[in-house]
Write a new protein. Structure first.
Length: 252
């Protein structure tokens, strides 16, 4: 047996030992924001195969998630931007101390496929690009909130506002750009990369970049707490890191 195959078998066995902490298969209910979706959809089937747990996921934008979870809706696990996890913990909706940071993603820029690529090499270049663009798309999520503040600091908030195309909660900014409804779009890199019909220009320049941390938290009324903890442990494991990186995110 070759050494590489042996290492894979040993690694898979170790994962099974780590994740196989519950004797009975459970149905885990998760509510998650789309920022981590592409990596999550690749990783969760691996977890289900290793543990025999089943995972049902509700995808929603940050605004919608905060409204639903701030009310009476109950799930086992919540995955969204870390500040929102902290806010829900303060409201008593998430178990204190259960937050686990899973991945980080910066804000990226995209244009319609085949369109000229704008200059975003510096903060000044980005400002000129924004002023020259006929329309600008961004979201109501963490990246959109950050961008609104950035435009204020740049002194161009009013100029951008009149040509802004705001994606509705849960809608991908890339889709607006792909359909030709916006000349340039901004969203987390992990949310732009999977969209067909756009060209990814690159991340914001370092001096104005904002990193969003996607974190998990256990719902205070979770019925499958142990299984949900096992899922978090898997998503935060070294085994998940290559998948996260391939989808435009960094572990932790």
């Amino acid at each position: 047996m070759r050494a590489g195959h042996l290492a894979m078998i040993v690694g898979a066995g170790a994962s099974l030992l780590i994740l196989g902490g519950t004797a009975d298969a459970a149905d885990i209910k998760v509510m998650a924001s789309p920022a981590i979706k592409e990596a999550y959809l690749e990783l969760v089937p691996q977890f289900e195969k290793a543990t025999e747990h089943k995972v049902t996921t509700i995808w929603a934008g940050t605004v919608d998630m905060m409204k639903r979870l701030g009310g009476s809706e109950v799930v086992d696990l919540i995955i969204m931007a870390a500040p929102s996890i902290d806010a829900l913990t303060g409201q008593g909706k998430i178990v204190p101390g259960s937050r686990v940071d899973l991945a980080k993603s910066g804000v990226g820029v995209a244009v319609r496929a085949g369109a000229p690529r704008p200059d975003i090499s510096s903060a000044d270049a980005l400002k000129r690009t924004l002023l020259a663009a006929k329309s600008v798309a961004y979201s109501t999520g963490p990246s959109g909130v950050y961008l609104a503040g950035l435009f204020e600091r740049m002194g161009i908030a009013d100029a951008v506002k009149v040509k802004a195309k705001i994606a509705q909660p849960g809608m991908a900014v890339g889709e607006i750009v792909a359909h030709g409804d916006a000349e340039i779009g901004f969203q987390q890199v992990s949310e732009l990369l999977p969209i067909a019909g756009i060209d990814f220009v690159g991340p914001l320049p370092p001096e104005v970049q904002q990193i969003t941390v996607s974190a998990a938290g256990l719902h205070a009324a979770a019925t499958q707490a142990e299984a949900a903890k096992a899922l978090v442990k898997f998503l935060a494991s070294p085994q998940a890191a290559p998948v996260l990186k391939s989808k435009g995110m960094e572990p932790g």
